[in-house]
Design a protein around this ligand. Structure first.
Ligand code: TRP
Length: 329
């Protein structure tokens, strides 16, 4: 009788222990799996930036932050500077733990809106020139991220190989993007040392693209376009106006080559996004910004639009075709 009581008491004790154990382990799991919030501001819609955003989600997932664990608060400013400001403020106010700016103007908006919440740059060409970080190796503020540096030397080599008769290159870019300023300067300097004449044409917005092109196409043999968001977002206009003039366009990203550019040497946009997402994950894991140097992508691969080459009567050498990572037929 006594033993029976003892057993049932012991049994109850075990039961209590098991229940306690289950609950506390569940609680532990919950805190390990605690939901995190990441705010993403994309500057404008164009295919390259959309691809980078897809890459960011993949990078987060690869680092263990799938959509069950992370809530992404996504906004797109559609190229509107006043929206960049209000949306940056919204993302700060929404209690996001990390903010991501896709393209320079978006990263700048976020960096202006907070000096405390970490800001990760997604594909910012010139973080120093854009006043986002002082030292790429050792970020000192709340900003770090991924930088895409146009492989300008290889692009110029490709221009020479494909269109040896080109003497005057016209650059079309947006006057409001800090990312374009440094690329234009670098391209112009390098092209001039290689014997080209360079004419630069800056547009204040997409509205002036067609009229500017009409002026410049009379004066140049070929167009070069940097990693410029304004031009990328209205690239269909660039292609249709330039088509009539039968002059080649050398853009700086594969999506613009696919839309009607002739060729380029380009950085993989999806990989830029994946690297950005992985860096966001490190910040979420608790890594300090100061320990996260800016990751630089500067190696490019050739991409050729064969269809455009045929339209322009340009024959692409076999070795260029065989070295291309992407051929658009
Ligand atoms: N690097 C650009 C910036 O700093 C953003 C960008 C990434 C981009 N990929 C692009 C712009 C392709 C034009 C085309 O803002």
């Amino acid at each position: 009788m006594k033993n029976k009581r003892l057993f049932s008491l012991l049994g109850l004790g075990f039961l209590a222990l098991i229940i306690f154990g289950v609950f506390s382990s569940q609680k532990k799991q919950e805190s390990a799996q605690e939901e995190v919030k990441v705010g993403v501001l994309q500057y404008v819609t164009h295919e390259a930036l959309d691809t980078i955003y897809a890459g960011i989600q993949e990078g987060l997932k690869q680092a263990g932050y799938d959509d069950k664990r992370v809530t992404i608060d996504f906004l797109n400013a559609e190229g509107d500077q006043s929206k960049v400001q209000t949306m940056s403020q919204t993302l700060v106010n929404n209690g996001n733990q990390v903010l991501v700016g896709i393209a320079t103007p978006a990263a700048q908006g976020l960096a202006n809106a907070t000096k405390t919440i970490p800001v990760v740059m997604g594909a910012v060409t010139d973080p120093v020139g854009a006043n986002l970080v002082k030292d790429l190796e050792k970020p000192s503020g709340n900003v770090t991220g991924v930088s895409d540096q146009t492989p300008i030397a290889s692009q110029l080599e490709l221009i020479k190989t494909l269109t040896p008769s080109v003497k005057i290159i016209g650059i079309l870019y947006s006057s409001s993007e800090d990312n374009s300023k440094s690329q234009v300067e670098e391209f112009a300097n390098m092209a001039q040392t290689k014997g080209y004449q360079v004419e630069t044409y800056a547009v204040p917005s997409t509205n002036e693209i067609a009229t500017t092109l009409n002026v410049m196409l009379d004066k140049v043999d070929a167009l070069w376009v940097p990693l410029d968001n304004t031009i990328a977002s209205a690239f269909a206009t660039v292609v249709s106006v330039t088509k009539e003039a039968k002059k080649p366009i050398f853009p700086s990203v594969d999506t613009m080559v696919a839309e009607g550019g002739l060729a380029s040497v380009v950085i993989d946009q999806y990989q830029l996004g994946v690297a950005t997402g992985q860096m966001v994950a490190k910040v979420l894991d608790g890594e300090k910004i100061a320990n996260l140097p800016v990751e630089i992508f500067s190696e490019g691969k050739p991409v050729i639009n064969k269809k455009v080459a045929v339209e322009l009567g340009i024959s692409i050498p076999e070795e260029v075709l065989s070295s291309a990572s992407q051929i658009i037929e």
